[in-house]
Write a protein that binds this ligand. Structure first.
Ligand code: SF4
Length: 470
């Protein structure tokens, strides 16, 4: 006898029920991507479009002092803010004032006290921390880049990559500049280091070192800012590097891409960049631009125009390395607004956010490692993984560490401990370099009362806060 087998019961259909949910960060951000009209500012009322688009005009009208700033904003800038900036320049600032009209035009003139770009480009005395403007362990050249020079201006910190500082000027000076030791003009608080070698000899020595060091494959070409290097000098230097067999990655660092995009839209600059881009493609070397944008308001269509041209020339990528700063971009919304503006409008890859370094008078900008970890968590999952920036702590004598890599963390004293897996260029004879723990310090005002008390009692055991960082 045969038994009829019954057909398997079909699985019940699953009901699709997912839909876009309300999120802590609503996408898309309600933000127009337009060039702000500069004619709304009293000082630029009569500036023509031709002048605005001229790099020469922008450089000639870059604001270098308070009088010039007042002429731009007139009575839009509060008197108490002017007084506070003046006091800051005399008593706290580590960088001189230098802000191109392009950047001034991205500040919100209706509330300059709270404007995020004003807060990092034109700091005021009242912005700074009143008790500890500097951490007791803050120092000029806090990353010890000069200690790791293989040639004057060539920092060899990582195993396969180096940093070449070609010049010590920029088209704009940021208040929080980590290279305040070297970059820019002397200010009352800081006498700057000056390169001693002649530029031509220094460049030749850098190229010789790269030729003689096959373990180096990657060069960050920085400064200062390459937007201040005559394009012919940049083309000659990069072209010579492209002839070195071991160099496989070159990254050109410029905040000027955002601060003065007009520079990169000049015919001779475009032609020079195209020359090196074509050669890089022929040589199979990845040539990229790294820029430094800290707030979405800084991004305008002119910046996007430059990026589009760079991509069409053969630049592999344009990436952003912002700096995480309180009052500038210290919220999920600030960071994601910036990342989406970079991705959606400018085709710039969000890459890193650095924690602000322990330079003098930077405490009010700095966040604790704990806060940085919270912000990293808050931005995960919104962007494609390849475009989700890592928040990194640049630990002295270590290098960039992702904020979740911390080995141990004393949250009372605000001391985080970090390890590393390679030797810097000056640790070849140090048997403990890979076993040692390296410290980073949270801002004191973020600590609990017992931690703040510790630093009041022991802060002076360390280098006392200097008044002049000579
Ligand atoms: S552009 Fe870079 S190097 Fe120049 S002042 Fe700003 S942070 Fe410093």
């Amino acid at each position: 006898m045969t038994t009829a087998t019954s057909a398997p019961t079909p699985l019940s259909r699953r009901t699709a029920r997912a839909h876009a949910a309300d999120q802590p960060y609503p996408y898309p951000p309600p933000r127009d991507f337009v060039e702000p009209d500069w004619r709304r500012l009293p000082g630029y009322r009569d500036v023509t479009e031709a002048d605005w688009l001229s790099a020469k005009w922008q450089r000639q009208h870059t604001v270098k002092n308070l009088d010039q700033l007042l002429k731009v904003y007139e009575d839009l800038i509060p008197v108490d803010l002017v007084d506070s900036i003046k006091r800051d320049q005399a008593e706290r600032a580590t960088m001189s004032m230098l802000v191109p009209p392009q950047m001034l035009n991205t500040m919100g003139e209706t509330d300059l006290w709270r404007d995020p770009i004003r807060r990092y480009m034109i700091p005021a005395f009242a912005d700074r921390d009143p008790e500890w403007p500097s951490h007791p362990l803050a120092s000029r050249d806090s990353l010890h880049e000069a200690d790791m020079w293989a040639v004057e201006g060539l920092t060899h910190r990582y195993p396969t990559k180096v940093l070449a500082e070609l010049l010590s000027t920029c088209p704009q000076y940021c208040g929080h500049c980590t290279r305040m030791d070297l970059v820019g003009n002397n200010v009352p608080q800081v006498v700057k280091y000056r390169f001693e070698m002649k530029q031509k000899e220094r460049y030749a020595a850098i190229l010789d070192y790269l030729r003689a060091t096959p373990s180096v494959r990657d060069v960050v070409v920085s400064g200062g800012d390459i937007a201040n290097l005559p394009i012919g000098h940049l083309v000659d230097f990069i072209s010579a590097m492209l002839d070195i067999e071991n160099i496989r990655d070159i990254r050109l660092a410029t905040k000027g891409l955002m601060g003065l995009p007009q520079h990169f839209l000049q015919d001779d600059v475009l032609a020079g960049l195209e020359t090196i881009a074509r050669k890089a493609v022929d040589r199979d070397v990845d040539l990229a631009v790294h820029t430094h944008v800290n707030h979405a308001n800084n991004l305008t269509p002119l910046v996007a125009d430059v990026v589009k041209k760079l991509h069409s020339m053969g630049f592999r990528d344009v990436r952003n390395q912002g700096v995480l700063m309180r009052g500038v971009n210290d919220s999920q919304r600030d960071l994601l607004d910036l990342c989406f503006a970079l991705l959606d409008h400018a085709k710039v890859m969000p890459y890193y956010f650095y924690m602000c370094d322990m330079i003098p008078n930077s405490e009010h900008w700095r966040l604790s490692v704990d806060e940085a970890q919270g912000l990293q968590h808050s931005i995960m999952g919104y962007m494609p993984g390849f475009a989700t920036p890592r928040i990194v702590c640049d630990v002295p004598f270590v290098g960039k560490r992702w904020v979740h890599q911390v080995e141990e963390y004393d949250r009372v004293k605000g001391i985080s401990y970090w390890t590393k897996n390679y030797r810097t260029g000056i640790e070849f004879g140090d048997p403990d370099a890979l076993n040692r723990r390296y410290e980073y310090h949270d801002p004191i005002y973020t600590l609990p009362p017992e931690g703040r008390d510790y630093w009041w009692r022991h802060g002076s055991d360390h280098t006392p806060p200097a008044t002049v960082w000579a």
